[in-house]
Design a protein. Sequence first.
Length: 339
Amino acid sequence: MYSFTQRTRCCRWLFATSIGIGILAGCASLELHEDNDEIRASTNPDLIARGRHLVHGPGHCAYCHGNPDRDAEMRAGQEIPLSGGRVFDLGLLGSLVAPNITSEPVSGIGNLSDGTLVRSLRYGVSRDGRPLAPFMAFADLTDRDLQAIISFLRTLPPVPADDQHDLSPLGALAVRVLLRPQMPTSPLRADMEPEPTAEYGRYLAHTVANCNGCHTRRSKLTGAFVGSPLGGGMVMEADSGSFVVPDITPGGGLLDHLTQSGFVGLFRAKGRVAIESPMPWSAFSRMSDTELKAIFAYLRTLPPAQNVAGGSHTPEQSGETQMVRRRAPDPSADQHASN
Ligand code: HEC
Ligand code: HEC
C-alpha cells in the first residue's frame, strides 16, 4: 500500500520554489493584513456541509494536514483527523510540518480567532504573524467558501498533536526574511454558484483544488509558473516510482480522448482504487458532477500547451522538499511547548 513515507518526494519542489515566490511577492506587506473582521465562522448546517465538502473534496486538506499514519485510510476514501504531522523536509533549511487544524486549543486552531484563520488562508500569514510557506493557494477563495471552510474546521473534534516546525537557523531566517504573504490575484468575490461553466472550473482549478500548482511547470529557482498553463511536465517522485504530471490541455492527448462523461468517470474510477499517486484522487472523487464538468469545460478553453509534457525535464536532486513520515508518536503528546 502506498503511503507518503520516508522516500516520498512528491512535494519537495513546493518549498524549493517557495523562497522564490516570496521574493517575487516582495512588495506585499504584512501590516496590510491584520485580522479580518468580516468573515466569521457560522453554525449554519448548510454552510458547515459546504465546508466539509471543500475540505475533504476539492480542497484536499487531508493530503497535507491529515495524520500521515492514516494515509492508507485516507486513500481508501475515509475522512481522517486533520491533526497534522506531515513533515516537509527542506534540506539545509530544516523542516516544516503541516499543522494540526483540529479544534485542539494548544497545537490546533481551537484558540485562534476566525480572523486569524481567514488571514492564514487568504493572505498566507501564520498565527504568529509570519508569512506561511506557500503550500496553499487559497487567496482567491470566495468569502462564502472561506466562511464555509472555517465553519467546518470549528466542528472538528480536538485531537492533540505535538509536531513542531524544526527549522535550522538558516531556515528560520529564510521564512522571516524572504517569504512574503500572498495576495488575492483577482478582486474578492462574495460567492460563486457551482455551475458546470468554464468560469467556475477555472476557480476550482486555480484556487480550490489547485490543479494548476502541480499541472503547470514552475521554475525551481524562482517558483514562477514557466510552463503553459496546465501543460504538465513536472516530475514528482513517490515510493512507487516517478510520476510525470501530464498535459491536460486540448491537444495534449489526454483531454482529446475524453468526453465530458469520460472525464467525470475517470475521477470516479481513480477515486475508488486508492491509487498510488501524488494526485489526491480520493479527495477529488468527492467532487460533484457539476464541479468536474466545470473543470472539464475550463480545460477545453485552454490553448494547447507549448511544452512537451515530461520531455527532457528531470527532477533536481538537491535542495528540494521531501515529504517524509511524521516523527514516531510521542507518548508525552500532551506536553506541548507553549504556543
Ligand atoms: C499541499 C499541502 C497543503 C494543503 C493541500 C493544505 N495545507 Fe494548510 N498548510 C500547509 C503547510 C505546510 C502549512 C504550514 C506552513 C508554514 O508554517 O509556513 C499550512 C498551514 C495552514 C494553516 C495555518 C496554521 C497556523 O498555525 O497559522 C491553516 C489554518 C491551514 N493550513 C488550513 C488548511 C486548510 C483548511 C486546507 C484545505 C482547505 C489546507 N490547509 C490545505 C500545507 C497544506
Ligand atoms: C499534488 C499534485 C497534483 C494535483 C493537485 C493535481 N494533480 Fe492531476 N496528476 C498529478 C500527477 C502526479 C499525475 C500522474 C499520475 C496519475 O495519473 O495519478 C496526475 C494525473 C492527472 C490526470 C491523468 C489521469 C490519467 O488517468 O491519465 C488528469 C486528468 C489530472 N491529473 C487532472 C487533474 C485535475 C483536473 C486536477 C485539479 C482538480 C489535478 N489533476 C490536480 C498531480 C496532481
